[in-house]
Structures are given as C-alpha cells and as structure tokens.
Design a protein around this ligand. Structure first.
Ligand code: CTP
Length: 410
C-alpha cells in the first residue's frame, strides 16, 4: 500500500524524535519514498544524518538555504507528496499550524498542502490536557487534519498519563488506513479466529495448532477498508495495531457459538476463520485426572456444534465465508463444505504445505465460490490473502446491495 508513495515525515523537537527514525525505517521497508523535514529544535534531539541515511534523501530544515540550487522547493515537495506525517508533533507545532503560523519550512509546507496530514502528538500529559492544546487539536480536526495518539503510559518527563507517541505499528496502520479505499464502508463483519480449547479437567484441555493469524489479518484488513468489525477469538498471543476492533475472547466451541449467535443479527458478513474443535470430552472432570500405574486412559469425546453449518441453516441475507483446513483431497472436501454449510465462499487451505496453515505469517489458498469457480493464490502474506478474500466479499456485497437492520430468528 505504501509502495512508491511520496511521504513527508515532519520531525519536531520532542524527546520522542528518536522514535521517528524507527517510523521512517518501517515506511521505507514498505517501499515508500520518504522526505524528512526537521524543525530546528528536532535537530537538538537527533542528527539529520540519521534520517538522511535511513531515507536516502536529503533532510530538509531551512526554508531558504537548503533549497539553493535544488529543484525541490517547499511548494514542489508539497505538490508531489501523497501524505505528510508529523511525528512527534509537539504542542508548539500543533499551535502554529492551528493558528496559521508559517514561520519555518515544515509549517510553510503544511500550509501549501492539499493531501492528508497526520499528526502523532507527543508531550507531557499536562500540556496535552491543557485547553490551549485541546482547542488547537479540535480546530485542526475541524480543518480535516488527522490524529493518531497520544498513547497512555510512562512519559519521558517522569510523569504518567496520556502523552506518549503512539506505537510505531499503530502509526503505520493509520497511514495504511489513510491510503486504503473504503469499499466495505457500512458493512458489519464478524470474524472468528484462533483455536477453541475443550477442557478435560482443571489442568488440561484439547485444542489444535491454530494461532489466530489468518482471522486477525482478516479483521485488520476489513477494518482498514471501512467495515465495522467484531472479532471473536479463541485464546491467542496476538495483538492488533488497531483499537477500533472489539474483541470477544472465548474458550470452548460452545462459547464461540454463543458469542457468534449474539452478534449474528447485527452483521452482514461472517468470516469463520476459527479452527473450531469438532469434539470435546464427554464429561469434564472436576478434579485433576491422576496417572494410573500401567494404565492407558481412554477419553470419551462427543461432537461439538458445527457453528458455521448452523449459520448456513439460518442464512437469511448474510454473506457466509468459511475456511476448509485440509490435509488431502483439498478441492473435493472444500467443495463439499461449501455446499453442506450453505456458504458463499470457502477458502481451501492445505495445511501440510510449507508456508501455509497454522502459526505462519503466510498462506497458500484457493478461493471457491458457489458457481464452481476456484481462484488459486500463490504463497503470500496472510494480510494479502485477507485482502483478496475481501475483494471477493466486496463483489458479493455489491451484488446483494443490502442494508441493516433485518430480522432473524434462531
Ligand atoms: N467450523 C465451525 N464449527 C465447527 C467446525 C468447523 O463453525 N464445529 C467452521 C470453521 O470455522 C471453518 C469451516 O467450518 O470455517 C470448516 O472447518 P474445518 O475444520 O475445515 O472442517 P469441519 O467442518 O470441521 O470438517 P472436518 O473436520 O471433517 O474436515
């Protein structure tokens, strides 16, 4: 998404200026062409050479001197840029831009820009909460400027509270979001992710190898594309760099079923990426099962509900997307599940292939639809796979052209 984008990174004079180097690194890793503009104060914290080395472009700071003999003037750069990110943004820069002051290169450029400008503020908590800053922030938001953070936590000044620069991952996610077409705006999507845990006794459970990565990627990309996403997930160790996705954590298949049912009426689209355990121990012991001498131990299992199949039986106007985790006869099994569960799409996944399936950041899938078409995707990141699945979902949404609310009975 950031590939070949021209981004101006404005760095102002706060202690978090050193974190801007990491932000720059993450942008260049995504193949953006970044032009760093530093204020005089920022140079007291970090050397321009750091940013020049990381960006591969000259660092700009002085309005008149550095541009002499250069084809790039502040207006030219403002013209070619696709986005300006000011990180860290001090109280001073917010105040200047909110009040139309253009007394250095960065403020002058911002004034000449028609593209989005994103502020990532960082300052002492009392400064952030002061009415000067809050009024300026409100004014800037009203002008259409965007904000990420500040976050809460320990501050460099020794105090605690809101004022930390947002996490770099969150800033990057916000930038990606700004560049993403909102083709799922107005859609409510329920995504399930991860494994379920079926308790055997108070210390043991049955589960599977799912880590939740595919579901998390789907939730993130759907939200980026403008959908209102709810994520129902089994236990996992993942974090989402977005605070706007409500997460409901469940343990067993039956808990997941209840959580899905509660959300079902309010959703247009359900994507079941969870690896729901098909069986659970018939009776969960109240106390720990003790080992026996010379003994084998037989565990009686009973079937869990098939959540997706139940949804398919009460489909109404919903769009249903399932996954088929297979180790053989991929297409036959996936096609059978597509029909049996009354789905619109199924993502067939041979989990034995290297780079595919559980625990990895990549996947190799085939997307099957109800007309018997199969789209085969090569090895790619789970985020890219998620995007392609969502492209298919967008096509289905366009076909259906439906809206909330609509009644449903279980
Ligand atoms: N699924 C579900 N409830 C279950 C089992 C699976 O909702 N009890 C959903 C999964 O989230 C997935 C799809 O059904 O989207 C297919 O899951 P998969 O494990 O591949 O297949 P199963 O239906 O469990 O069949 P089998 O284990 O025989 O392959």
């Amino acid at each position: 998404m950031l590939k070949n984008k021209e981004i101006i990174l404005g760095v102002t004079g706060g202690i978090a200026a050193y974190k801007a180097a990491e932000l720059l690194r993450e942008m260049t890793r995504r193949e953006a062409n970044v032009h760093v503009v530093m204020t005089q104060h920022a140079q007291q914290f970090v050397s321009p050479l750091t940013f020049q080395t990381l960006s591969g472009n000259p660092v700009l700071s002085e309005m008149f001197r550095l541009f002499m003999g250069s084809k790039i003037g502040h207006v030219t750069l403002a013209d070619i840029a696709n986005l300006t990110v000011i990180a860290p943004a001090t109280a001073n820069i917010l105040g200047k831009i909110a009040n139309g002051v253009a007394d250095d290169l960065l403020t002058t450029m911002v004034m000449a820009m028609k593209v989005p400008v994103l502020f990532a503020p960082s300052m002492n908590v009392n400064m952030w909460e002061s009415s000067f800053v809050q009024n300026n922030v409100e004014r800037l938001k009203a002008y259409g400027y965007q904000f990420i953070g500040p976050a809460e936590g320990d501050l460099a000044c020794g105090s605690e509270g809101r004022g930390r620069l947002a996490d770099i991952a969150e800033i990057i996610e916000k930038i990606e979001d700004i560049f993403t077409k909102k083709d799922l705006q107005g859609q409510r999507i329920l995504v399930t992710a991860g494994p379920t845990l079926e308790p055997v006794d108070p210390v043991r459970y049955i589960t599977n190898r799912s880590t939740g990565k595919m579901g998390f990627a789907l939730a993130k990309m759907a939200c980026r594309r403008g959908a209102m996403v709810t994520l129902i997930t089994g236990p996992n160790y993942l974090s989402l760099p977005r605070s706007d996705i409500p997460q409901i954590v469940v343990h067993s298949a039956r808990e997941m079923r209840e959580a899905v049912r509660e959300q079902y009426d309010d959703c247009h689209i359900i994507i079941m990426a969870a690896a729901v355990a098909d069986f659970r121990p018939q009776d969960t012991r109240g106390g720990k099962i003790k080992k026996r001498e010379n003994g084998t131990y037989a565990l009686e299992l009973e079937k869990n509900p098939d959540i997706l199949k139940e949804l398919g039986e009460n489909k109404g106007d919903h769009i249903l997307v399932g996954f088929a985790a297979e180790t053989s006869e991929l297409m036959e099994n996936a096609e059978a599940k597509l029909k049996e569960k009354n789905l619109d799409l199924i993502i067939a996944n041979d989990v034995t292939q290297p780079g595919a399936g559980f625990g990895v950041d990549t996947n190799i899938v085939k997307i099957l639809d109800t007309r018997g078409r199969a789209r085969k995707l090569p090895l790619m990141t789970k985020e890219d796979v998620a995007d392609i699945i969502l492209d298919q979902v967008v096509k289905l949404v366009k076909k259906k052209e439906k809206g909330l609310p609509w009644p449903r009975n279980w």
